[in-house]
Design a protein around this ligand. Structure first.
Ligand code: 48Y
Length: 347
């Protein structure tokens, strides 16, 4: 039995996480969910976005399934729940898979998740604020290792995106990445972040594993999201040394919360990434979602009129009608390759 912490969060985070749990339960009975509360409402009661004792409990779990939270940026002392969890759980690697579900292709973005301008270190005086953009040897090495393993696994290469022509930290980062990739014979193509944005809009599918530092990764992965047709279908994983957290990349969408029309696919595919991490059958979910979107009705963000529950039911039907993979070898082999997460990140 694997123990998975669940933090549904706010707004549509609640609906989509429940959707993902139902789909996971249709694939396996080897997961026990344990729910925790976190987000702004917890902050109002306790002054922190998640209680210290809950973090201690979560550390003992095998993985975390996360929905979405609202982070007001005008409340003094409020710290984002997801940023707190990334830090507390040491989740240094962020993998976002931007899928084109209709054509079976994906953009992979690996974002360094713990350093750069997210270091949390700053110096403020009356007339000047300095945010420290920290890049360390160890931080660069471990994210490089993550991207190298992924590239090896997918028989692919790394597109390393940086601004080393201007930033000292990026010169350091690129040296470490190139050294780690060379050790494993992985090809590294380098791109400057500014001109790369144009390519990511016009020609997004052929960059292998895109690897970059924290803030560039935040921005580039949102930009790449345009190729998924809706931000509502994009899953992600935040990986640490012995725990990982999976979340759709969309936010809590207060405007549609509670209406039952949120797209659950990003959360459902995050569930697929979670199963892969635990060594279970994530590919079944990927296949079911790909089959469903071609025939089933879609939520409003994808131009349809479906409700969240219609999509959940449809995806579960696809899972239940899945042909025995042995009768299906060619597609099956392909899907395994696409959805597989390297062994070193498997529990
Ligand atoms: O996960 C993301 O990319 C979000 O934009 C967060 C970030 O900057 O990494 C911010 C989320 C938040 O403020 O709660």
């Amino acid at each position: 039995m694997h123990r998975v912490a669940v933090i549904k969060g706010d707004g549509i985070g609640i609906e989509v996480t429940e959707a993902a749990m139902k789909v996971i339960e249709a694939v396996t009975d080897r997961i026990e969910f344990v729910e925790f509360e976190g987000g702004f409402r917890v902050f109002e009661r306790y002054g922190v976005p998640i209680r210290g004792e809950d973090i201690e409990e979560i550390r003992k779990m095998d993985a975390v399934l996360f929905g979405a939270t609202t982070t007001p940026f005008n409340v003094p002392n409020y710290k984002s729940l997801i940023l707190t969890l990334r830090k507390e759980l040491g989740l240094y690697a962020n993998l976002r898979i931007i899928p084109d579900l209709w054509n079976g292709r994906e953009i992979y973005v690996v974002r360094e998740n713990s350093e750069g301008l997210y270091s949390g270190m700053f110096r403020a005086t009356e007339d000047r604020v300095i945010d420290f953009r920290i890049i360390t040897e160890e931080g660069s090495r471990r994210i490089a290792r993550f991207a190298v393993e992924l590239a090896k696994n997918k028989e692919s290469f790394i597109t390393l995106v940086h601004k080393a022509n201007v930033l000292m930290g990026d010169r350091f980062f690129r040296k470490t990445v190139i050294r780690e990739a060379e050790k494993e014979g992985i090809d590294v193509r380098e791109r400057l972040v500014d001109s790369f944005t144009i390519d990511l809009v016009r020609n997004p599918w052929n960059h292998g594993i895109i690897l970059t530092e924290n803030l560039f990764g935040d921005i580039l992965s949102d930009l790449a999201a345009i190729h998924a047709r809706s931000i509502g279908v994009i899953p992600s994983g935040n990986y640490g040394i012995d725990i990982a957290l999976f979340e759709p990349i969309h936010g809590s969408a207060p405007d549609i919360a509670g209406k039952g029309i949120a797209n659950p696919i990003g959360a459902i595919l995050s569930g697929a990434m979670l199963l892969d991490y635990l060594g279970l059958d994530g590919w079944k979910i990927w296949n079911a979602v790909r089959s469903y979107v071609k025939v089933g009705s879609l939520t409003p963000d994808l131009g349809g009129v479906a409700m969240t529950r219609d999509v959940v039911e449809g995806v579960i039907e696809e899972i239940e009608s899945e042909i025995d993979p042995l009768e299906w070898d060619e597609v099956w082999t392909d899907e395994i390759r696409i959805s597989f997460i390297p062994t070193m990140f498997t529990k």
